[in-house]
Design a binder for this molecule. Sequence first.
Ligand code: NAD
Length: 287
Amino acid sequence: MPAKIISGNAVAKSIRNDCKERISALGRRAGVVPGLAVVLVGDSAPSRVYVRKKLHAAQEVGIVAHLFEFPSNVAPEAVLAKIDELNADPRVHGILVQLPLPPQFSIFEVLHRISRDKDVDGFHLYNVGGLVVGDTIFPPCTPFGVMKILEHENIPIEGQNVVIVGASNIVGKPMALMMMQAGATVAVCHAKTRDLAQFTILADILVVAAGVPGLILPQMVKTGCVVVDVGINRLADGRIVGDVDFEGVVKKASYITPVPGGVGPMTVTMLLSNTITAAEKSTMAPI
Ligand code: NAD
């Protein structure tokens, strides 16, 4: 039997409805409207598309979102000064700096300048550390979205063999930590892994985030495996595909996420959720 194709759009819609309810409750309880500031440096076309999607999604659920744009040759000090200003602005609950940044920037310097209470992307060292010890406020949006997809489909994680292909700071590594926290046995593969298939074949849940179209073939997955394809690749003919050979793997897996329409909409949705969490926390007395 072919796999159930999980609609990330449907899961995202249900979480966005929850977001709207949380915003209404926050307004009633504390008179606060969540605010998101997005900082965009340069004119990369994909970054502009991502930023537009984030701003639109934020406004659609009732978050006040503002875009702050800088030319690609801007001095880093100007962006850091803007972050300082946003850190101090009580109307702004979440700050997101769209990556990548031009080469004159130290990404870590920029990310660590964001107040840890407004770090809705979850990239500040404080939040990364929270993830390591299993107590983070802002889980990074893409792996957080993967966890929500599995939860929505009632797919158990505890005791499962989870294999993650890709070990980046924004997807693979935080994904591994979240899966470990949920009780999975985790293997992380990357570009230097020898014989990828000997790992992927053991997976009860396979999460792929490598950025290599067609990397995962049907013979590399176990029958009944849950396959989550995080990859987003644009082919020469303009098509957008993931990292998994969808047509082949769908026949063997029990569940699979499509590209597009799988993890992508969840990433933006979890950014909204983290921004609302930041606003909710801003109304609570510090412990
Ligand atoms: P990255 O380039 O930072 O990291 C890629 C990782 O994959 C690295 O750890 C690398 O070692 C590994 N890798 C590369 N080739 C491999 C191979 N042949 N075999 C095994 N491992 C290999 O990328 P990233 O930012 O983590 O993104 C990965 C993919 O996920 C990209 O396609 C990106 O567009 C996509 N992505 C999607 C979303 C979403 O919302 N759906 C969010 C972030 C990234």
